[in-house]
Design a protein around this ligand. Structure first.
Ligand code: FES
Ligand code: FE2
Length: 360
């Protein structure tokens, strides 16, 4: 990665991670405009399957329509604003629990009780508000920005690179997810994810069980707001499992999703949903060929959750606390021209993208 002269050489000021005003700007200019992960296509396999979720203050629902297409709507009844559905499930119609208005899977109003024959009630004019949806290697993304470029243009070449590294990525099915709340700003979590300078200090099990730390590198992926992590598989006897077959790669898509492929093709994800300036929800997903969790995958899930995931939770809470300190003077980033595991090039990139979003 070129070290551009405009790349900040210091960590960002604490307010980028603590200020409610900066958080509100990130919500309006970044999270309401960029592509956010909704769910995997395999989580809504059949017509009528739905998956409700939120991007900050906006409730959304992804639905498989009668023609088999995935669609996304704001999850709000057009009558007087009740949230339409919660969680996941399968239904023939989306029915509001307040006055039982019902909607077709394409968003059209099907029925509004007591309105038949009413003058001035124009059923045709009522429908759910649709949101942009795009598919990336089997993962469904949505954008609240009607003018957002398609994923292919937002992340040029990335899907092809994922497929080249993991040719059957599109045949995966959702197998397992665990999630928790982190006591930190979303950018603290995303920066922590995107550097491995701390791996040898904090994630010794990951560094001896999954990857060969000497080979770890992170690069910006061309012009895309994507960070591409690569490492050779750990093949020593400390490896958590038989890692033969393929190495490690991850593709972080700004601002809050990462697709990881652990050695030998174990597909897994991180995604983050900001809750407030100092709170974030993190989700850790695992995807297998048949949607089942076999013994090997279960072992990796458990080790990963108890080591890497748990170790980061502690770090994040303490970093957030420190970023609010009146004594914090942002330090220089460790940027090595030879890159490698100890370089923070990637933090410079994230900070550049953050400043572009909230300072413009
Ligand atoms: S608010 Fe949904 S039917 Fe009244
Ligand atoms: Fe970490």
């Amino acid at each position: 990665m070129d070290v551009s002269p405009t790349m900040p050489a210091r960590a960002l000021a604490g307010r980028y991670y603590t200020s409610p005003e900066v958080f509100a700007r990130a919500r309006d200019r970044l999270f309401h405009r960029s592509w956010q992960f909704a769910c995997h296509a395999s989580q809504i396999p059949a017509p009528g399957d739905y998956f409700a979720f939120s991007i900050l203050d906006q409730d959304l629902v992804v639905v498989r329509d009668r023609d088999g297409a995935a669609r996304c709507f704001y999850n709000v009844c057009q009558h007087r604003g009740h949230v339409l559905v919660e969680g996941t499930g399968r239904t023939r119609l989306l029915v509001c629990p307040y006055h039982a208005w019902s909607y077709e899977l394409d968003g059209a109003l099907r029925n509004a009780p007591g309105t038949r024959g009413l003058p001035n009630f124009d059923r045709e004019s009522v429908c759910l508000t649709e949101v942009r949806l795009d598919e990336f290697c089997g993962f469904l993304f949505v954008s609240l920005d009607p003018d957002a470029p398609p994923m292919e243009r937002a992340f040029p070449g990335v899907a092809q690179a994922v497929r080249a590294f993991c040719p059957d990525v599109e045949d995966r099915k959702f197998a397992h997810e665990h999630d928790t709340q982190e006591s930190c700003n979303w950018l603290v979590a995303v920066e922590n994810y995107n550097e491995c300078y701390h791996c040898k200090v904090v994630h010794r099990d990951f560094a001896s069980g999954v990857i060969d730390p000497q080979s770890y590198n992170i690069r910006a992926f061309g012009a895309a707001k994507c960070l591409h992590h690569t490492a050779r598989a750990q093949t020593s006897k400390t490896a958590w499992y038989d890692t033969s077959g393929s190495d490690y790669a991850s593709f972080f898509l700004w601002p809050a999703f990462s697709l990881q492929i652990y050695p030998s093709g174990l597909v897994n994800t991180y995604h983050w949903r900001p809750l407030g300036a100092e709170a974030t929800h993190v989700y850790r997903g695992w995807y297998s060929r048949d949607g089942a969790v076999d013994d090997r995958l279960q072992r990796v899930i458990d080790l990963d959750r108890d080591c890497t995931f748990a170790e980061d939770l502690q770090l994040l809470r303490r970093v957030q606390r420190g970023l609010g300190s009146r004594g914090y003077r942002p330090g220089p980033l460790v940027i090595s021209p030879s890159e490698g595991i100890d370089s923070e090039h990637s933090i410079g990139k994230l900070q550049e993208w953050m400043c572009e979003a909230v300072d413009a």
